[in-house]
Ligand binder design. Sequence first.
Ligand code: 7TS
Length: 411
Amino acid sequence: MSDRNFLRDFPILNQKMNGKPIVYLDNGATTQKPESVVRAICGYYGGCNANPHRGAYQLSIRATDIYESARARVAKFINAPAPSNIIFTKNATESLNLVAYSYGLANVEADDEITITISEHHSNLVPWQRVAQSTGATLNYIYLNADGTLNDADIDQKISARTKIVAVTHVSNVLGLKNDIKKIADKAHSVGAIIVVDGAQSTPHIPVDVQALDADFFAFSGHKMLAPMGIGVLYGRAKLLEKMPPFLSGGDMIEYVTEQSTTYAELPQKFEAGTQNVGGAAGLTAAIDYIESIGFDEIERIEKNLIDYALPRLRELPFIELYGCDPSVLERKTGIITFNVKGVHPHDVSTILDLEGVAIRAGHHCAQPLTKYLNQTATCRASFYFYNTTDDVDRLIDALKKVRKVLRLEP
Ligand code: 7TS
């Protein structure tokens, strides 16, 4: 058990909301930032700010160093073969769009198929719909077993000789369940398809090794792992990235420009048009430092402990319906619990919890097809990170006990 007091590093969590100490349980949407990350961003703007890659003067060289060392840090963090496999974007959404528009439009034709799962976030769904619409390809869905895991027979059937791209989330942002990416990658590669992995909900919580996963592309956002908003990552296999056309074009991504044509810069610059988010990269480096100072063993242990503490207490409440929480799937579970309060709209649940200082997310969580598949229009989601405590869970349970009473559904 860690005796480290994380809350000291997150002053934002030491305040009151509606007169009650805040309990922040919306880490799936974005995490809070430790002081070391805030200091890194301020340090960059306070002492090192210049446009990287352009100036031959000291400040610009310093900014370039910060930016490029962040790239090397990210490469090591997810075990990419080289820093040049890492493209900085603004978030996971942009990373996935880059793959869809650059790789997808160039490699998918009318008779081809793209296979995704019903549990994708819209960011790994809408771009593929658009590629399918533009090319005439078919968009296939892998559906779920009753417990929320991907159906193996469907994986086998929906990844076929016609499949060009398989796009799968590593961890669902609604059910919090890990998918077996290596198994799906093997299947995709056996038919000559590539696999695109949405790592937005895995990278903050479990160790990621893009080579062990055998991912062709892997996308994530800094802001869900302690870093600032506005910096995201796309990992890509070099031999694919090299052949792909640029996604955005303009400054910094060129080798030589004439009036009518352009040759492009080498990787990774080919995919980084315009002035980049160096402050974000500085924050991302500090975020990775912070995460590694705890270690994923400890992060996973804390989150599992919170889930093990919360679930029996939630199950004791007769008015709670849980999704993706069957005992059989708990070994795949990260720190996400999605539920409904019978007879109460999730937005009302969330508003009443807010009066108790408890912040959760309510709605379709940008996964409308999954929400519909679960026969719901919306759900409530409590998502934990390592700085949450069992006291936070107690506060959530106490607040949930009030919801139906406040609405006069029970005495
Ligand atoms: N993929 C998954 C699995 C996600 O959970 C999210 C964001 C994204 C992609 C997109 O990330 P972005 O940083 O580009 O916006 N998920 C959520 C969520 O669950 N609640 O708010 C945002």
